[in-house]
Design a protein around this ligand. Structure first.
Ligand code: CTP
Ligand code: ZN
Length: 166
């Protein structure tokens, strides 16, 4: 692709980056650039049949720039919410019914995640042949998510890369 001039200028057409959906889930206020990771967390892959709308790096009053993912006809599971919280702790989840927002909630960082992240420490017991599920303690440090392996103490900031695909 080739860059065009003024592509980042905000104009009126930016107010609604992608059209509204009828029923399903809107994940809003995703950290800019993380929408594709959110798709991975939701198990939306090439060849899928879901109707999905994605906006990346659109202007946001609160965040400067943000991503949005809208999935028609699907509601999100608790496990998916925990994963999204890890990569985007400010995301909001909107349930849509007949074009109206029927429920709005923030994602919440779980204090502990199990089986969601892999430990980057090769010598960690969770990477041995022992049948031990990974377990990490989760905290915010400034505006970054910090996770600490329960077994070996390894700390990871912004754990995007270590999320296990479904
Ligand atoms: N939305 C949608 N389809 C609908 C209704 C809402 O895609 N039928 C989207 C909106 O585009 C927005 C999000 O769901 O991205 C939340 O909608 P709403 O609460 O109406 O917007 P805001 O008030 O801007 O939300 P917030 O206060 O969370 O920023
Ligand atoms: Zn470990």
């Amino acid at each position: 692709m080739v860059a065009c001039n003024d592509s980042t200028k905000v104009d009126k057409s930016d107010r609604l980056a992608v059209s509204k959906i009828r029923c399903g889930t809107v994940i809003d206020h995703i950290n800019a650039g993380k929408a594709l990771l959110v798709l991975r967390i939701l198990g939306i892959k090439p060849g899928c049949s879901e109707r999905v709308l994605i906006a990346m790096n659109v202007p946001s009053k609160k965040m400067g720039k943000k991503d949005i993912v809208k999935v028609e006809g699907k509601y999100i599971s608790e496990k998916e919410l925990d994963r999204i919280a890890l990569i985007s702790p400010n995301a909001t989840i909107n349930l849509i019914e007949e074009y109206e927002v029927s429920e709005k909630r923030r994602v919440e960082l779980p204090p502990v995640v199990e089986g969601i992240l892999t430990c980057p420490n090769r010598n960690c017991i969770t990477n041995s042949r022992e049948p031990i599920k990974s377990r990490f303690h989760v905290k915010m440090e400034g505006n970054r998510v910090k996770v600490t392996c329960h077994y070996c103490g390894k700390k990871i900031y912004e754990p995007d890369r270590y999320i296990v695909s479904r």
